[in-house]
Design a protein around this ligand. Structure first.
Ligand code: CUA
Length: 377
């Protein structure tokens, strides 16, 4: 009897919770209202089965409860009952899956005039690329990836030269225009997800996954990674800014093209990488250091680089060490050799040439000196 009552309370409580819960989806900001409809159908079908099955159990527990002198009859087979159960389950599962298949077919078939947006995931940051005036994205390959070419674009491909390479983790999109998203990963499984767009998809290393959406609300939307991809996973955030076409075009004009970033990488005076710390800053982004180390003193998986150089670091075993060039280089070369107090020992070994190590160290150093403003800008 107690079991029947408990089940009844769970059923009524669940339905009430569903009706009064404050935890609903964020307001929709894309064309994918169908995703919300699918969610409603799933909740409806599974909710109905949940209520009916549990109420049936409540009824049988009460109706056939133990009474003195009564004996249970054993009826292992009932063709009629089986036909009913198979029929109802089939209808339920078709209702769950069929509409979703139709929506998915739409989801991966973008309109012909869609703007292309490439998203590249890497532990633990997002990068973006948009086509230039030609409207085409150039080819890419893992073997081209370097500190100055973090997207791995083919330097010999003419179609890639005018491509817009977005520096940083924020991309802008025009309001009301369909966007075809093409996604690559440099390392492990990631998943680009902007909840208000209701759009997400896994990003599998070695292949390009794709979906499309049309932003329908202006604003700045936070993007997250929706696949557990390592210790920095919760830090793998980005932003999508949706704005009117004119503002978008103005923003687009300020972004460097692939050709410009390549020229800058040669370190010509006056370009963005004309100093060792600036090169180090670019490396810190391309190698993913920034996912765990802040430069503004904020908390991270690893120590912030603000004021790190020259500081005395305390190890787990109680010993101390002065953070100088030698310390930084030794630590980056072999991150597992020492354990800094207050931080998990999770830093991966990163492939760096001696020159790259010099640049990275110079950048870390610059975050503790007066030149900090100049470099970060
Ligand atoms: Cu990338 Cu989680």
């Amino acid at each position: 009897m107690a079991i029947a009552l408990a089940l009844l309370v769970i059923v009524i409580g669940s339905v009430l919770f569903h009706l009064v819960t404050p935890w609903w989806t964020t307001p929709l900001a894309s064309n994918w209202k169908q995703m919300d409809d699918m969610l409603a159908i799933t909740l409806g079908v599974t909710g109905l089965f949940f209520v009916v099955i549990n109420l049936f159990v409540v009824y049988t527990v009460w109706r056939y409860r133990h009474r003195k002198g009564q004996r249970a009859a054993y009826e292992p087979e009932s063709k009629r009952l089986e036909r009913w159960l198979i029929g109802i389950t089939t209808v339920g599962i078709v209702a769950l899956l069929a509409p979703g298949l139709a929506v998915y077919a739409d989801y991966v078939r973008p309109p012909g005039d869609a703007l292309q947006l490439e998203i590249v995931g890497q532990q633990w940051q997002w990068r973006f690329r948009l086509p230039g005036a030609s409207g085409k994205l150039g080819g890419s390959d893992a073997r081209f990836v370097s500190g100055t070419n973090p997207l791995g674009l083919d330097p010999a491909d003419p179609a890639g030269q005018d491509n817009i390479v977005v520096l940083g983790n924020e991309v802008h999109l025009p309001l009301g225009r369909p966007v075809k998203v093409l996604m690559r990963s440099h390392d492990v499984l990631h998943d680009f997800f902007v909840p208000p767009f209701r759009a997400r998809m896994n990003i599998v290393p070695g292949q390009v996954s794709s979906f499309w959406f049309t932003p329908t609300q202006p604003g700045r939307f936070e993007a997250m990674c929706a696949q557990l991809c390592g210790v920095g996973h919760p830090n793998m955030r980005g932003f999508v800014v949706v704005e009117d076409e004119a503002t978008f075009q103005a923003w687009l004009k300020q972004q460097p093209t692939f050709a410009t970033t390549l020229a800058a990488a040669t370190g010509a005076p006056g370009t963005v990488l004309d100093s060792l710390p600036a090169l180090g800053r670019s490396l810190a982004q391309s190698k993913g250091c920034v996912a765990c180390h802040t430069v503004d003193g904020g908390p991270g998986v690893g120590p912030t680089w603000k004021g790190l150089f020259g500081k005395t670091e305390v190890m787990v075993d109680g010993s101390t060490a002065l953070v100088d060039d030698a310390y930084l280089k030794a630590f980056i070369r072999n991150p597992q050799a020492r354990a800094v107090k207050g931080f998990a020992q999770v830093m991966p070994k990163i492939d760096l040439t001696d020159d790259e190590l010099d640049a990275l160290t110079a950048y870390i150093k610059s975050n503790s000196s007066a030149s900090v403003e100049k470099v970060q800008r």
